[in-house]
Design a protein around this ligand. Structure first.
Ligand SMILES: *Cc1c(COP(=O)(O)O)cnc(C)c1O
Length: 476
């Protein structure tokens, strides 16, 4: 059953979910989007309200993964959202919502194995890929780049899977010691950690260049251009919505606002899709750090590339927001030629304006998006404010969301949920700066830095050096 199309393919030929997750980016350079969004009616939401997260996930995911049997999706959900993977999930609540103050809530998405929300989607994606490849008797080499969290979140579920090998590039600059150690301990078997003495953007560029080379056409992708990741993020908006409605004594159908700390626009795009499907999300507010490409885009209708600076919320240090192309496809009403023209302009000049493509400069605001940004000192204050009001310790990425939530939360009748995308243990220096102490670590993270300082191959910063490494180590 075929049902996804490339944002840049005017002929709109369709590709199945399972083929899409193995391919990553479309061969024409576009991103895969569903032909149409499935629907969640009020009755569906009422049905889902009493279910566990794993059950909600399987039910919603089956609407997207039409060519994976329901039993397979169910088994994957069961294995992924388990007590073993989410040891701190109280009463089995994998994505718990907590009340902060007034109408403000926080939804914790980072209770998974590597303490970042990327676990939520990479855990099932790895299992789906492995299932499909094993059925077909094939193997797949994956190539990715990480600014910190993607590395370990992809490696944890892929390690030891027979049908996959993963090559992960990471920069020497920008990552915390904790993040490096999380990756270092996973090296071995089918996991290759390659370190380059440069910044994340350069690692990402090398990945893109290699992917364009016909010799490496068969490499798969684990970054959020892979549609499988986006589809697996929709369920936690449903879970967050239902929990918030319940806590605020409201009814299913009443509106809720979400604030999403955003980088590559993957998470926020999943929120947009949840809303298109029928989840009563009123506003989707994008929170950026100093790298405010998306804030500028929402406010001005101009998509402009910047050179990314390293900040205290490093997983959002991006120079462009790749998944925006999927929203652009909707803004341009599915006109693949116009999407290609817009992206060509952006690639060549580093800038593209809505107005030049017949889109209103306020189109994103008209569609229910809003945005804000934060500085380092805003984040420090947000960490202090949340701790003083609720006793909860949030990480710097969540602090981006809380900063913007506090700016935007004016309508007290509509609850606002800030998404919490990493645990503070990953960024103890910033926590210490804000609070003067760091909380005691969970046993699973004790002395992690000492265990994983090795495990990286350092290569010369060049596309050829990485290609040579791949030639020598990829599985045929
Ligand atoms: C990746 C990441 C983000 C940004 O998510 P996108 O889907 O790329 O917008 C935010 N916070 C943390 C902790 C992350 O790891």
């Amino acid at each position: 059953m075929s049902e996804l199309i490339s944002t840049r393919d005017p002929s709109q030929s369709t590709v199945s979910y399972t083929d899409v997750i193995l391919q990553g980016q479309a061969p024409d350079g576009g991103l895969y989007v569903p032909v149409s969004y499935p629907c969640l009616r009020k009755e569906d939401l009422e049905k889902l309200a009493g279910w566990s997260y794993g059950q909600q996930f399987a039910d919603i995911k089956s609407l997207f993964a039409r060519d994976l049997p329901l039993s397979v999706i169910g088994d994957i959900a069961y294995d992924t959202y388990s007590r073993e993977n989410f040891p701190e999930a109280l009463m089995g609540n994998i994505t718990p919502v907590s009340h902060l103050a007034g109408g403000l809530y926080v939804q914790n998405l980072s209770l998974g194995p590597t303490a970042a929300f990327k676990d939520m989607a990479l855990q099932p994606l790895a299992r789906e890929m492995n299932h499909v490849l094993s059925r077909r008797g094939e193997r797949l080499n994956l190539l990715g780049a990480t600014s910190g969290d993607t590395g370990s979140a992809a490696e944890a579920p892929i390690r030891g899977l027979g049908a996959l090998s993963l090559f992960m590039l990471s920069p020497l600059e920008g990552m915390s010691r904790f993040q490096r150690a999380q990756m270092g301990i996973l090296t071995g078997e089918n996991i290759h950690n390659i370190s380059l003495n440069t910044r994340f953007d350069t690692c990402q560029d090398i990945v893109k260049q290699i992917m364009q080379d016909p010799e490496f056409r068969d490499l798969g992708a684990v970054n959020s251009i892979n549609w499988g990741r986006i589809a697996s993020q929709v369920p936690y908006y449903v879970s967050g919505y239902l929990q918030t409605i319940d806590m605020a004594d409201m009814r299913i159908g009443d509106p809720v606002d979400f604030v999403v700390p955003t980088g590559n626009f993957g998470n926020a795009l999943a929120g947009y899709i949840a809303r298109q499907m029928g989840v009563p999300i009123r506003q989707l507010i994008l929170a950026t750090n100093e790298n405010d490409v998306l804030h500028y885009l929402v406010q001005r209708g101009v998509y402009m590339e910047r050179s990314a600076q390293i900040t205290s919320s490093p997983s959002m240090d991006i120079s462009k927001a790749s998944n925006f192309e999927r929203l652009l496809y909707d803004l341009l009403e599915g006109d693949a030629k116009e999407v290609s023209a817009f992206m060509r302009e952006f690639q060549h000049t580093g800038r593209a304006c809505f107005a030049d493509f017949g889109i209103s400069p306020t189109a994103l605001k008209d569609k229910g998006f809003d945005s804000g940004s934060s500085s380092h000192s805003d984040r420090i204050k947000a960490i202090q404010w949340v701790y003083n009001h609720s006793g909860i310790i949030i990480d710097p990425h969540t602090a981006d969301a809380v900063t913007v939530a506090r700016q935007k939360h004016t309508d007290t009748d509509v609850p606002m949920v800030a998404m919490s995308t990493a645990l503070p243990v990953k960024f103890e220096e910033t926590i210490h700066e804000a609070l003067g102490f760091v909380p005691k670590r969970e046993t699973r993270f004790e002395r992690l830095e000492e265990k994983g300082s090795a495990g990286f191959v350092e290569l010369e910063v060049s596309t050829d050096a990485v290609k040579n490494y791949l030639r020598a180590h990829r599985e045929q």
